[in-house]
Design a protein around this ligand. Structure first.
Ligand code: GRG
Length: 292
């Protein structure tokens, strides 16, 4: 039975439960190598919205799950998200000094340790999936974040938005990999980036809830459809807030309409879950309304 608890209240309660579990599954900052564990914890706490693991929990509930057994797996999803943010901020990527209003991980811990903190969070995620989840979760998530998933999306983002293409790979020349960012990609590239860099992990996060509960492929596909379209809505709204990406290509009004359409597509396939999917629906509607 779905309670009438307000969705914001639901999200804030889940966030607290997730934060507690994240803390439990991260090595203490006093454990050797302290610098690494400090950097991992710095990147994870206080953290952001925790929207991906919340979706994993809500999806588990939509499939009839009602306990906290899925928490370690949901933590794995957040650790992966955190790894992407650490690596995305590195000088060789977006070169961002700040994340969530404070120094980015490499500015706090140094590039070497930050890079390895990202690697260690990614590795920890798969340790949790193997210990508390199952092979299907490992398969789903690894596909989602590999060369044809998140990492592929990041590569297309770099290549589509940087200029000039690196020169100097000729005989006897040192490779010059300097890139000047700021070019707007084609519509095809924009869609690839949204579906791979942003969408794929959302899709996997939602599917993971169903896989953990052991539902059949029809329901997993419905969850996948929700996750994919949710991810697209999320990206469009993010671009509206930043005046970036889709807004630069299509303008704000069309981008908002596209977000409304993808939110509609996301929710359409959830009917099979009945009222149990109420939280997924409400989270999706909330993202559409997001202004900050
Ligand atoms: C594999 C190196 C590497 C990078 C992957 C996903 C990614 C590429 C980089 C993350 C940076 C980014 C801007 C991705 C687009 C999706 C997005 C808006 C992420 C921010 O997610 P939120 O808003 O973040 O959920 P919080 O701070 O709430 O956790």
């Amino acid at each position: 039975m779905v309670s009438i608890m307000d969705i914001r209240n639901y999200i804030s309660k889940k966030k607290k439960v997730i934060d507690k579990a994240l803390d439990k599954h991260l090595p203490s900052s006093k454990t050797m190598p302290q610098a690494l564990h400090k950097a991992m914890r710095y990147a994870v706490f206080p953290g952001g919205k925790r929207i991906r693991p919340i979706l994993t929990l809500a999806s588990f509930e939509a499939c009839g799950g009602s306990n906290n057994s899925i928490l370690p797996v949901a933590c794995g999803i957040e650790f992966i998200h955190t790894y992407t943010l650490i690596h995305d901020d590195l000088p060789c990527m977006d070169n961002d000094d700040y994340r969530r209003g404070r120094l980015s991980c490499h500015k706090k811990s140094g590039e070497d340790i930050a890079l390895l903190a990202g690697d260690a969070l990614l590795t920890l995620a798969f340790q949790l999936f193997s210990e508390y989840g199952n092979a299907q979760i490992i398969k789903e998530v690894s596909r989602a974040i590999g060369s044809q998933g998140t990492i592929g999306g990041q590569v297309v983002d770099i290549l589509a938005t940087s200029d000039p293409i690196p020169q100097g790979y000729g005989a006897g020349k040192r490779p010059d990999t300097t890139r000047v960012r700021g070019r707007q990609g084609t519509k095809k590239e924009l869609n690839y980036i949204a579906s791979h860099k942003t969408g794929a992990l959302f899709e996997a996060a939602v599917k993971t809830g169903g896989i953990f509960k052991g539902v059949g492929s029809k329901k997993i596909n419905s969850l996948g459809n929700f996750g994919k379209n949710f991810g697209f809505t999320f990206q469009l709204i993010d671009d509206l807030m930043d005046g970036d990406g889709y807004v630069k290509t299509y303008g704000a009004e069309r981008t908002r309409n596209m977000a409304g359409d993808s939110n509609g597509r996301a929710k359409k396939g959830l009917k099979v879950f009945g009222n149990r999917a109420a939280r997924l629906v409400e989270i999706s509607d909330l993202v559409l309304k997001r202004r900050s």
